[in-house]
Design a protein around this ligand. Structure first.
Ligand SMILES: [Ca+2]
Length: 391
């Protein structure tokens, strides 16, 4: 999933809206209003990526140590057909490849979901070549002291880690792979899905009860997977951004599943979340993975000058200057359709926390647990677990 921030376009928020927003924060309850009444799952997003370079075995292991129920690898394919974990086919931001003179000639421009990107792409490297690279922290706000230490893991290594960590901890550690840019990989002659299914079968992960959930932002690959496996499937639901009023904004390529764009299907991501859309999703998936503003958004407050007010007085307009809005009906409607809801992405950095949370990242988790989410993707699984288990 991509990193997103809120836009700072100024739109007025009424007093009535603010009062309604305050009432949504409510008092945490002891029960979890999830689809099946179980405790919501904590999914270690790219591992414990708030602490260590994402998509490394060290990051996944730290997530397990912090209590995550699932670890979440994003899958891309190498030139020689191996499944590895990277957030994107473009590995420029998350590895030291740009500093390797032996690979300088591999720099190129490729189209991913209709958008030209320049850099280095996993599909142009063999696994052996990629193994010589080292991961780095792509987020400027996070600790870079671990850069250069860890290799890119294969999906097989991640499945092995989940098994060994399950044995070590006595908990069942699930794996939550995302098929990244399925259309891109098909066009490259390196489809993800057959490789994914073959490996899952090798590890005995073929049933609905298996500790595996497959996620995708595209639709047609999930529909195809539904015919081939009983493993749980999740339809991810993205957007481009959120405006100051709290409405999601839709700009390509984040406006719709990319296979919809290719097929000239006019439906957008929000169309998947209407009761009609959810009924359709239910025909091929077990749950939805929506960006969290679809469940409960937040708005800026305008000052007398018509601009967003700097509520925390830090001289910048960020999410910390937003106030929570009332929740939508998406969780309720998804549960009514028989779909579980796993929301993304939860992060602890102060500029990302709404003013309502007063700097306490646990407050955000508690708000979404109270809404009935069945799980959530967190870069900081220790905080997600602490917020859940202290309820
Ligand atoms: Ca501010």
């Amino acid at each position: 999933m991509k990193t997103m921030r809120f836009a700072s376009t100024a739109v007025a928020v009424s007093i009535a809206t603010l009062l309604a927003a305050c009432s949504t924060l409510g008092t945490p309850t002891s029960a979890y209003p999830t689809l099946n009444g179980a405790k919501p799952l904590v999914i270690g997003h790219r591992g414990a990526s708030g602490y260590l370079p994402e998509h490394t075995l060290a990051s996944y292991k730290k997530a397990v140590e912090m209590g995550a129920d699932f670890i979440e690898p994003d899958l891309v394919v190498t030139k020689d057909g191996e499944l590895i974990a990277r957030h994107e086919p473009n590995i420029t931001a998350t590895t030291d490849v740009s500093a390797r003179p032996e690979f300088a000639s591999r720099k190129t421009t490729r189209k991913v979901d209709g958008v030209n990107e320049t850099g280095w792409f996993a599909t142009d490297f063999t696994l052996a070549e990629l193994r010589t690279l080292r991961a780095k922290q792509p987020n400027a706000a996070r600790d870079k002291s671990f850069d250069g230490q860890f290799q890119i893991p294969t999906f097989r290594e991640i499945l092995d880690l989940a098994k060994s960590e399950s044995a070590r901890t006595g908990r069942t550690i699930g794996v939550y792979p995302e098929t990244k840019h399925p259309t891109y990989h098909v066009d490259a002659g390196l489809p993800i899905e057959p490789r994914l299914l073959a490996l899952l079968a090798e590890y005995g992960y073929t049933k609905k009860e298996s500790p595996v959930i497959i996620q995708s932002f595209e639709v047609s690959n999930l529909k195809a997977l539904r015919k081939l496996t009983q493993v749980r499937l999740v339809q991810l639901v993205d957007a481009d951004d959120v405006d100051s009023k709290g409405n999601v904004t839709l700009v390509a390529p984040f406006d719709k599943p990319y296979d919809f764009a290719v097929a000239k299907d006019s439906r957008t991501f929000p169309d998947l979340l209407t009761p009609k859309g959810l009924a359709e999703v239910k025909t091929y998936a077990d749950g939805i993975g929506p960006w969290k503003p679809y469940l409960a958004s937040a708005a800026h407050v305008l000052g007398a000058d018509g601009k967003p007010r700097d509520l925390n007085g830090d001289g910048k307009i960020t999410d910390a200057d937003r106030v929570a809005l009332p929740p939508t009906d998406v969780v309720k409607n998804a549960h009514a359709a028989g779909l579980f809801v796993h929301a993304y992405t939860f992060r602890s950095e102060a500029p990302l926390l709404l003013s309502d949370y007063k700097g306490d990242s646990k407050a955000e988790y508690k708000r979404f647990y109270a809404l009935g989410v069945d799980g959530l993707f967190s870069d900081f699984p220790d905080t997600a677990v602490a917020a859940r288990d202290s309820q």
